[in-house]
Design a protein around this ligand. Structure first.
Ligand SMILES: NC(=O)c1ccc[n+]([C@@H]2O[C@H](COP(=O)([O-])OP(=O)(O)OC[C@H]3O[C@@H](n4cnc5c(N)ncnc54)[C@H](O)[C@@H]3O)[C@@H](O)[C@H]2O)c1
Length: 275
């Protein structure tokens, strides 16, 4: 090997990366990570105003080319229009981070008990968390196939798509002032993301489109102390994650550093899944 051959394997200069759920708690960190490694970043989320504002911030801070696009990932028309706009602006797409997920607009219905969960709420969550993942991967994978450049697709699943939540940690746990749990639809949708990832990895492997899942464990974002203590006690590393700790895994999966990695489920969970 040439000296310094490995120095730039994380480099994303000249590549166009799209992040859905781009202005969320983790999404903003993902966008900053991609921009700091030189990618052009397209911030995709529900409200164009928020996406554009954050894109301006990225462009200034990282001297990156950045664009914000409002898109409902659960709508085939909206997804098609989003991909068309990106191709018009950048000529193609090299990296997709499929990351959007919803708690819907009704937290009471979202956190309802399994016995009382409404099918309507179940479908609203599935429409974004799983249908949305499929629609965006489908449209971007089609574009990558057309480009003949290959590409990297990263899909955010969750620890609770891989293992069941321990119901004992929820007693006394609160988030934004209300009792919390993890509803079955969340686990089912995220397990679906893992299955979709493996399917697409095999399906597009011959086209050099790699598809991997990034699996965060619980991230600190305003949960109360009871939750944080009980959750942390179950984690081998003894604590929750910080949002910025998800970024290294994304850069690895997005870049040439993972050129021979596809269909992988990368756990970023402080070791929670090992026992
Ligand atoms: N935060 C955690 O502890 C944690 C743990 C495991 C997995 N995850 C996963 O990580 C990802 C990011 O989570 P987060 O914590 O940043 O959540 P978040 O709620 O802050 O971000 C999700 C983003 O998705 C967007 N979104 C929702 N519906 C959409 C739609 N129809 N079209 C387009 N965008 C839509 C929201 O507007 C939001 O900005 C999600 O897939 C989530 O399930 C998070």
């Amino acid at each position: 090997m040439k000296k310094n051959a490995y120095k730039n394997i994380f480099d994303l200069k000249g590549r166009t990366a799209v992040v859905t759920g781009g202005v969320g708690i983790l999404g903003k960190h993902f966008c900053e990570g991609l921009a700091s490694f030189g990618a052009h970043v397209v911030v995709v989320d529900q409200l164009e105003r928020d996406c554009s504002k954050f894109a301006v911030f990225l462009a200034k801070k990282y001297r990156a080319k950045a664009l914000g696009i409002g898109c409902d990932v659960s709508s085939p028309l909206s997804v098609k229009a989003m991909v068309r706009r990106i191709v018009d602006e950048f000529g193609g797409i090299h990296i997709l981070h499929n990351n959007a997920a919803t708690k819907t607009d009704d937290l009471k219905a979202f956190f309802a008990s399994t016995e009382n969960y409404s099918l309507e709420e179940w479908r609203k969550v599935m429409a974004v968390n799983l249908d949305g993942m499929f629609l965006v991967a489908q449209a971007v994978g089609k574009q990558m196939t057309k480009q003949k450049t290959g590409g990297s697709i990263i899909q955010t699943a969750s620890i609770y798509g891989v293992m069941a939540p321990d119901q004992r940690i929820y007693k006394g746990s609160r988030y934004q002032g209300r009792p919390i749990n993890t509803p079955a639809v969340y686990s089912a949708s995220k397990a679906g993301v893992v299955g979709l990832t493996k399917y697409l990895a095999a399906y597009w492997a011959a086209k050099n489109i790699r598809v991997n899942a990034l699996v965060p464990g619980g991230v600190e974002s305003g949960q109360n102390k009871v939750f944080s203590r009980k959750y942390s006690a179950r984690v081998p590393m003894g604590r929750m994650a910080r949002a910025d700790e998800m970024v290294g895994a994304l850069i690895f999966l997005a870049s040439d550093a993972s050129n021979y990695v596809t269909g992988h489920v990368l756990m970023v969970d402080g070791g929670l899944h090992v026992w």
